[in-house]
Design a protein around this ligand. Structure first.
Ligand SMILES: [Zn+2]
Ligand SMILES: [Zn+2]
Length: 431
């Protein structure tokens, strides 16, 4: 690729380099070539006016469900990556709970081939910890890593057997990949629909206690300490977990954590309308939990913001809340919801960008999420002041299961540069 792109006059924020200044960014042959206050370029060059816009490393999502292979009626690699691009992401990690489960080389290769053929952003597969994510026998971890998996997880079906989890961590350490755990004690959560508390009692719905998450967070911290493996805790939702992770980090244990926008913007009150789009795992918790998650983001206990983008078809979510599947889509609303933390003064803009670029990259050990000279040019342009209203008809995702439809938000994605190619956002898509 010989194309040159000059992004002019934007506020360039690159947390990995400690950069936050207005300037120009020159991209050549797919890589970042030069950054400076005012660059002059000789010869032909595509110019992008970024005045008033943020120019940041391409956002990274550690936690997406692409649904292909096996559930193409919910989402495909093509539609999930289109949603990711619209949401400002240039790299997404694909969770393994497809059908078949990504527990072997051929499924990993299939996902990578689909991403290469039809993907609108980079896709990094996450391999299963156990065969079929059944929690019985370890998957061929070396084979998965060799095929391109960047992490291991039995997301959605957590490994209940602690001895097996210990061995998974020992293998993960050998292959230098993190274990991403969906912290849920399946015995405590069995039959639960929403968070166990006042609201579940009022609605007469079976609750999932906060302890379902916290006992597994505590277990995984203990196993991380025992094995020395890199352990990443997915979608942290409650105050008890934040407290445990904060203490673990203070003791120097190698745990990292993510939360999702719905855990710092919504509470279990949202379930009062019996809306299945307020049903996810872990469930929306109380106001106190939401405040604890926010505090965890502010003090660095929670390293990353991920989406847990979990598409489900309309007919699946349109039934009674007891029977609806867990999960919501998130790729196209994540940045704007997270920007609210900056607007409320909880995080600085560079700190927010860091949780969506540098930190996720560090967790999976990839040299992305930064704008260093010579780095692959994955860049996101954002108009921070542009207002938009979430409209289900605008979603690029095949599924529309979002609790944020109708919300007014700031921060429109103007486009992404993917491996040095400028892909402006569809101007029609968002009004
Ligand atoms: Zn999960
Ligand atoms: Zn998930």
């Amino acid at each position: 690729m010989t194309e040159r792109i000059l992004i002019q006059g934007g506020r360039i924020i690159d947390p990995a380099a400690g950069r936050d200044a207005v300037g120009d960014l020159l991209i050549e042959e797919g890589t970042v070539r030069e950054i400076g206050p005012r660059l002059s370029v000789k010869g032909s060059c595509q110019k992008i006016d970024a005045a008033g816009k943020l120019v940041v490393p391409g956002l990274i999502d550690l936690h997406s469900h692409l649904r292909e292979p096996g559930f193409e009626y919910k989402e495909t690699v093509a539609t999930a990556t289109a949603a990711a691009a619209a949401g400002g992401f240039t790299t997404i990690c694909a969770m393994p709970n497809t059908n078949p489960i990504n527990d072997n080389q051929s499924v990993t290769e299939f996902i990578l081939e689909r991403a290469k053929a039809e993907g609108k952003v980079h896709v990094l597969p996450v391999g299963a910890i156990t065969k079929g994510s059944k929690g019985e026998e370890l998957a061929e971890i070396g084979e998965l890593v060799a095929a391109g998996c960047v992490a291991l997880s039995d997301d959605g079906r957590p490994v209940m057997n602690s001895e097996l989890m210990r061995r998974a961590m020992e293998y993960a350490k050998i292959f230098d990949v993190p274990v991403i755990d969906h912290c849920e004690d399946l015995n405590l959560s069995a039959g639960g629909v929403m968070f166990e508390g006042e609201v579940s009692t009022a609605l007469g719905l079976k609750g999932i206690p906060a302890a379902s998450e916290t006992v597994m967070v505590a277990r995984d911290i203990a196993l991380a300490e025992l094995t020395g493996a890199k352990v990443h805790l997915a979608h942290i939702s409650c105050g008890g977990s934040v407290h445990l992770i904060r203490e673990a980090k203070r003791r120097g244990i190698a745990v990292t954590a993510e939360t999702c926008p719905h855990y710092f913007t919504l509470t279990d009150d949202r379930v009062r309308g019996f809306d299945a789009n307020a049903k996810m795992k872990p469930p929306l918790a109380t106001r106190r939990d939401l405040e604890a998650v926010r505090a965890g983001l502010a003090d660095g206990t929670i390293d990353a913001i991920a989406t847990d983008h979990a598409p489900h078809a309309a007919q699946e979510k349109e039934c009674e809340i007891d029977h609806a599947p867990f999960g919501i889509i998130g790729l196209e609303t994540a940045f704007s919801l997270s920007l609210m933390l900056v607007e409320e003064g909880l995080l600085t803009l560079p700190a927010l960008i860091q949780k969506m670029t540098e930190n996720p990259a560090r967790i999976i050990g990839k040299k992305i999420g930064r704008l260093g000279i010579g780095d692959r040019a994955d860049v996101t342009l954002i108009d921070p002041a542009a207002e938009w209203v979430v409209d289900a008809g605008d979603f690029k995702s095949k599924s529309k299961n979002s609790p944020f439809i109708g919300w007014k938000m700031n921060g429109r994605i103007a486009g992404i540069v993917l491996s040095g190619v400028w892909k402006p956002a569809d101007a029609e898509a968002r009004r």
